[in-house]
Design a binder for this molecule. Structure first.
Ligand code: SF4
Ligand SMILES: [Zn+2]
Length: 271
């Protein structure tokens, strides 16, 4: 297995790349993880990298450095490209986009600051709203943290660097952190939540009736089927694929087929 080369160190409290420092002990750097003295190995046959002066092989240095570098980059550039956001329905309607990918300016940034019971990597302020940013190098956001975020109701994205080379250059890392969206995902999006709630509030709860092996909803507003003059829908064949079915919690169909099409909030279908 290729050994990961440590490319970042701390100099006078600042994160620096190997290319920014003098060679040898003159680099005046310490390790981001264990804080031992580093030696800059430069101009040799092997690629430039830092090594611990003691010869100690530091298990977490490269990962910690990548995590720190990602935070430094956001702090320096104060902007980020956000991924598109969409509503995913609990039916088979597919997913509907409510916002495109967009670059936003970060007005202020707090690093590892406690917010109630949570310590996110970063709290950014964008257009007067908080945005939590989590950098995933070794620990993805787990269910417990997700639940806390949902409780807080603050939009949160995770930037996944788990498969990124630990020794990637500052420039490549900047591209991934600031400019690209491929490795970013919404853990929670407040607008998705509120728009889904808005759609749900527009619905009528239609009771489900069992008829033999079939589950029916009587008085389907778009009259998808008619039996002896009475409109009905089959839950499995009709409702869960129907554009008007906003939610299927199990005992009812939340349907907006009764509304004037102009009054229905319609996010864009994702392809
Ligand atoms: S979800 Fe569609 S098929 Fe089902 S009752 Fe409503 S309009 Fe009819
Ligand atoms: Zn170390």
């Amino acid at each position: 297995m290729k050994q990961i080369k440590l490319k970042y160190g701390i100099k006078s409290g600042e994160l620096v790349h190997i290319l920014e420092v003098e060679s040898g002990l003159a680099c005046s750097c310490i390790c981001v993880s264990c804080h031992e003295t580093l030696v800059a190995k430069k101009g040799m046959k092997r690629e430039n990298h830092f090594a611990h002066a003691s010869g100690h092989s530091c298990e977490f240095a490269a990962e910690t450095a990548l995590h720190l570098a990602a935070k430094e980059i956001l702090n320096k550039h104060r902007k980020i490209m956000l991924p598109p956001a969409w509503i995913e329905f609990d039916t088979n309607r597919g997913r509907y986009q409510i916002s495109d990918a967009k670059s936003v300016t970060i007005d202020s940034l707090k690093i590892e600051t406690k917010i109630e019971t949570l310590i996110p990597d970063l709290i950014a302020t964008v257009n007067d709203r908080d945005l939590l940013i989590e950098i995933f190098v070794t620990h993805a956001i787990d269910e417990e943290k997700t639940a806390k975020i949902e409780q807080l109701g603050i939009s949160t994205i995770e930037i996944d660097l788990s498969k990124a080379p630990r020794d990637m250059s500052m420039e490549s890392l900047k591209e991934v952190i600031i400019d690209k969206i491929e490795n970013k995902r919404w853990i929670y999006n407040a607008r998705v939540k509120s728009e889904f709630k808005r759609m749900l509030n527009q619905t009528r709860h239609m009771d489900i009736t069992s008829r033999g092996f079939a589950s029916h909803v009587d008085y389907c507003p778009i009259k998808v089927n008619i039996w002896r003059g009475k409109p009905y829908a089959n839950v499995i064949d009709d409702c869960i694929y129907c554009i008007h079915c906003v939610s299927y919690p199990g005992d009812v169909i939340c349907c907006n087929g009764h509304l004037d099409p102009n009054d229905i909030y319609k996010p864009k279908l994702c392809t």
